[in-house]
Design a protein around this ligand. Structure first.
Ligand code: C2E
Ligand code: SIN
Ligand code: SIN
Ligand code: FE
Ligand code: FE
Length: 408
């Protein structure tokens, strides 16, 4: 018994330490739910984030539904909001700040104010039985969201009720998860503010654009890394860094005049030469060589317009001095980077940036259809884009469509 308890506590400390290292909000929600579900051994779970008087259903996992999909494919789900009041289970928990342990959602006592919303089960062909719902509470008792764990399982995968003895442990986990979530939310907000300043666009549109480029880059990376048989722990670590670095790919546009940035028509040659400098300006913002995140952000900003066949920009330049690196000069100009001279994250964001730029309307162009965009990406395989990255892009396209729905 004491050994069990020690073991649990050790596991909890490890989980909390791991969470504290994750910086990106989406990566954190994924990791947080995985850890919580593994800790209590349950089939499914969801995270709700508070937005005003509502809880937004922000992330979910479900092993039973996942098993119906092809390997590598991700669950597609709709986000929705529930009002914070005592009529729903999650709303009740957010309102009262109490953990709620329900052994059977279909046999609720008539004395409780809330009811179980069966529509999710019906549309998902799923049977929810036990539900453990925990508030994500800050030190000052403010609620930032709700963690919901669904269908606890015994050793033979039979669905059982959640053990009430686990509640204190799960509550402890929730409190460290809350700290990590707050930090990641703050980080996301700061990044988005930085990027909207740089792009001079409508902040909402910018947020969606950069979230899509980041999410798409992560999906491509994951497909690529799995093909290369990377260890999951390495993939997770890199995803976190790439997600944020990809969001910042165009942050160097802050140094480009808005006359060029917002020009409604095509850029002329001089204007385009100026525009190209956004890669170098972006790289200059990230000097700290000791931070993996800054390193990745610098690499992405500098390399996202390089082309696999060596016709991209800016080429072999040291962004801080503006000089060629190691005498890389060709015909009096900077030598171009090609193939694997272009860092992996640059080759990946090249695809996710163009995919998103073409799929969206810009001040200088209309949105293209997905079919048209995919045709261009296929056509540029081995020219603009790394062929392996193009393959990984198509392999992860169902997942990319699914994340796009969240950032429309
Ligand atoms: P962005 O809007 O984020 O676009 C990123 C990349 O997507 C472009 O890099 C290009 O490779 C691809 N792309 C975007 N629109 C099109 C298109 O209509 N056709 C094709 N084939 N590819 C497209 P690129 O060309 O190096 O441009 C870098 C940035 O320069 C763009 O970032 C945008 O901010 C600006 N820009 C490029 N061309 C124009 C233009 O004609 N007018 C204006 N106002 N801005 C432009
Ligand atoms: C909720 O917690 O409000 C929805 C989940 C459920 O009722 O099963
Ligand atoms: C454009 O076509 O508007 C700019 C993008 C490009 O030239 O590749
Ligand atoms: Fe760019
Ligand atoms: Fe871009």
């Amino acid at each position: 018994m004491i050994k069990d308890e020690l073991q649990r506590l050790r596991e909890l400390i490890q989980l909390s330490t791991d969470l504290a290292e994750v910086k990106d909000l989406d990566v954190l929600m994924e990791r947080l739910l995985q850890s919580a579900r593994k800790f209590v051994n349950c089939d499914a779970g969801s995270i709700y984030i508070k937005e005003g008087d509502f809880l937004k259903f922000s992330y979910t996992q479900n092993d039973t539904q996942q098993a119906r999909l092809k390997t590598g494919q991700k669950l597609i789900y709709n986000t929705f909001s529930v009002p914070i009041n005592n009529l729903s289970i999650s709303g009740y928990v957010a309102l009262t700040g109490e953990t709620l342990n329900i052994p059977d959602a279909y046999k609720l006592s008539s004395s409780v104010p809330f009811s179980h919303d069966k529509s999710y089960d019906e549309s998902a062909r799923y049977r929810t039985l036990s539900i453990l719902t925990i508030p994500l509470k800050k030190r000052d008792n403010q609620i930032i969201g709700v963690l919901q764990l669904i269908n606890a399982m015994d050793g033979d995968n039979n669905v059982i009720a959640f053990d009430p003895e686990m509640e204190p442990y799960v509550n402890y986990f929730a409190s460290s998860a809350t700290g990590a979530l707050e930090r990641a939310q703050l980080m996301r907000a700061i990044l988005l503010r930085m990027i909207s300043m740089a792009e001079l666009r409508d902040p909402k549109e910018t947020a969606n654009h950069v979230n899509r480029v980041g999410a798409c880059a992560v999906e491509i990376f994951e497909a690529w890394a799995k093909m290369k048989k990377y260890k999951q722990a390495d993939i997770d670590k890199q995803k976190d860094v790439l997600r944020m670095a990809a969001m910042l790919h165009d942050v160097g546009k802050i140094a480009i005049s808005d006359i060029i940035l917002k020009k409604p028509g095509r850029l002329d040659t001089d204007e385009f030469e100026t525009m190209k400098l956004h890669t170098i300006y972006g790289a200059r913002l990230f000097r700290n060589p000791y931070s993996e995140f800054e390193e990745a952000a610098r690499v992405v900003a500098l390399n996202h317009h390089e082309r696999f066949d060596g016709t991209g920009y800016p080429g072999h330049v040291d962004p801080f001095t503006g000089e060629a690196i190691h005498g890389n000069i060709q015909n009096g100009k900077l030598a171009p980077k090609k193939g694997e001279e272009i860092p992996l994250f640059g080759r990946i964001v090249a695809v996710s940036d163009v995919f998103d730029a073409l799929s969206s309307q810009r001040c200088y162009k209309e949105a293209w259809t997905e079919e048209h965009v995919c045709a261009l990406i296929r056509q540029e395989k081995g020219k603009h884009f790394d062929p392996e990255i193009v393959d990984s892009f198509f392999a992860s396209l169902p997942n990319i469509r699914s994340v796009y729905k969240r950032y429309e």
